[in-house]
Design a protein around this ligand. Structure first.
Ligand SMILES: NC(=O)c1ccc[n+]([C@@H]2O[C@H](COP(=O)([O-])OP(=O)(O)OC[C@H]3O[C@@H](n4cnc5c(N)ncnc54)[C@H](O)[C@@H]3O)[C@@H](O)[C@H]2O)c1
Length: 439
């Protein structure tokens, strides 16, 4: 009994363990309590990689696998024969209860919040893929509940823990280029779709796919081949968040962390008019953020994607070619280019030729979460960090629906103050039968 209490406490935070007077790592090697029993929701695509990385921790026991695609579930379960399998994560959570300690979510974006909140409601620590949620409101609620319950969380932005990104944060915060006034960031990927409607698949969804569960909280519609499952959903407004949500969350992470940014004052996009179907295939999104200790009085962030990237308007002094994805920090005393993913470069090169980079190594983003669940250390992209970062990005995704209009943002009240129509896109109503307490 005592051990069970210890393990539950460990799943909260290291703080909880020390408040019990137990050393961090107490659970190690104590029979049943030595293992973190994980449930994985969405095990195809990135979910397969997430599962492999988490299962590679010696103290993880994979307890449950959930996928709405029976073929994927069958294939993955062959590698984890002891794990129980489910199509519906709600059934998994209610049937397994205390047999699962922590939950990993790697579904399409629209299912992140309902699955994560369902797990948090049961006091389970959560590792959730990026972007944290599909809607601004959901990001706020996940952060609030995770913080109120003091649960260990991590968003799946694994490059956040890589040495080049960690070094870049340290470099900016050391003041190497002075206070930053602008960041330009870009991805030449195109997770948008400018076309029209689709033809329904004759005979309905493929037999192996539970289409109703795949749709989850979103409105019902017919299944179409090569539009939603797998992967293509990220281009569609009801399911994904376009290139800004998909890649922007990785590329904006370092500026957001390094400059300790908070909520934007406003966002404005340049893109085609909305179609009601797909995200725009190319966007420019501008934001202004309040100043921080690492910026000038205010800071602008400008995002470019699709064929707008890399931005034509930026030229490095040495006429170097910009990478296909990355960010450029403009400081008072120089510039820093951070490719996605690679080492930061400082400009003008002559000025920084003797610069010694900070000696910082890689962290394992996945094992960091497992360790924190077991009471050892903390995560670096918990929902307290990931929530506001996601909210900021998603405001830009909302702005894509009102091209050319500046959306003034009251973050405290989650409200666009000058365009009421935009407020309808901050929170969606969940489909009947898929409601989740707390959302
Ligand atoms: N961190 C990264 O580098 C990275 C890279 C790629 C994808 N991702 C993220 O991973 C997530 C998945 O992306 P993907 O490209 O693998 O998508 P995908 O469509 O290829 O895979 C999603 C998987 O989830 C399953 N699924 C869908 N709905 C489900 C539900 N309700 N319950 C259980 N399983 C469900 C699907 O059957 C499929 O196996 C997204 O949030 C994406 O942004 C992150």
């Amino acid at each position: 009994m005592l051990k069970k209490i210890d393990r539950r406490q460990a799943l909260k935070t290291g703080l909880a363990i020390s408040s019990l007077g137990l050393a961090a790592g107490h659970v190690q090697g104590s029979g049943l309590n030595a293992k973190l029993r994980t449930a994985h929701i969405g095990v195809g695509g990135m979910g397969g990689a997430d599962l492999g990385s988490i299962a590679s921790h010696s103290q993880v026991e994979v307890a449950a696998l959930v996928d709405v695609d029976a073929n994927t579930l069958k294939a993955v379960s062959q590698k984890h024969p002891n794990a129980e399998t489910f199509a519906d994560y709600r059934e998994m959570l209610s049937q397994l209860g205390d047999k699962v300690d922590a939950v990993v979510i790697s579904t399409p974006d629209h299912t992140h919040a309902p699955a994560a909140m369902s797990a948090l409601n049961l006091n389970k620590p959560v590792y959730c893929q990026k972007p944290l949620t599909h809607e601004v409101f959901e990001a706020r609620k996940l952060r609030e509940v995770a913080e109120q319950k003091n649960l260990v969380t991590q968003m799946g932005i694994q490059v956040h823990s890589s040495a080049p990104y960690r070094r870049a944060v340290e470099m900016i915060q050391s003041g190497v280029i002075g206070k930053v006034s602008e960041v330009h960031a870009w991805s030449n990927k195109n997770w948008g779709y400018d076309g029209g409607s689709f033809t329904q698949r004759p005979g309905g969804p493929p037999a192996q796919l539970d289409w109703d569960l795949w749709l989850g909280v979103t409105a019902e519609r017919p299944y179409c081949d090569n539009v939603y499952h797998p992967g293509s959903w990220r281009k569609m407004i009801d399911f994904g968040t376009g290139t800004l949500g998909d890649m922007g969350v990785h590329i904006f992470d370092t500026p957001y962390a390094a400059l300790k940014l908070t909520a934007p004052k406003w966002a404005k996009t340049t893109c085609r008019n909305p179609t009601g179907i797909g995200h725009p295939e190319k966007n420019i999104v501008e934001y202004e953020f309040p100043g921080t200790a690492y910026t000038t009085d205010s800071m602008t962030w400008k995002w470019y994607d699709g064929s707008y990237a890399p931005p034509k308007e930026l030229e490095l002094p040495q006429a170097l070619k910009l990478p296909g994805q990355g960010s450029l920090f403009i400081g008072e005393n120089g510039q820093m280019l951070l490719p996605h993913v690679g080492e930061a470069q400082l400009f003008p090169q002559q000025q920084f030729k003797d610069y010694q980079r900070p000696d910082i190594g890689n962290n394992n983003h996945y094992h960091q979460w497992v360790d924190a669940c077991l009471g050892n250390g903390k995560t670096s992209a918990d929902f307290g960090y990931a929530g506001p970062l996601t909210e900021a990005l998603l405001l830009g995704v909302v702005a894509n629906r009102f091209p050319g209009k500046t959306l003034n943002w009251d973050a405290e009240n989650l409200k666009v103050t000058n365009l009421d129509e935009a407020n309808k896109l901050i929170k969606r109503d969940y489909r009947k039968g898929f409601e989740v307490s707390g959302l």
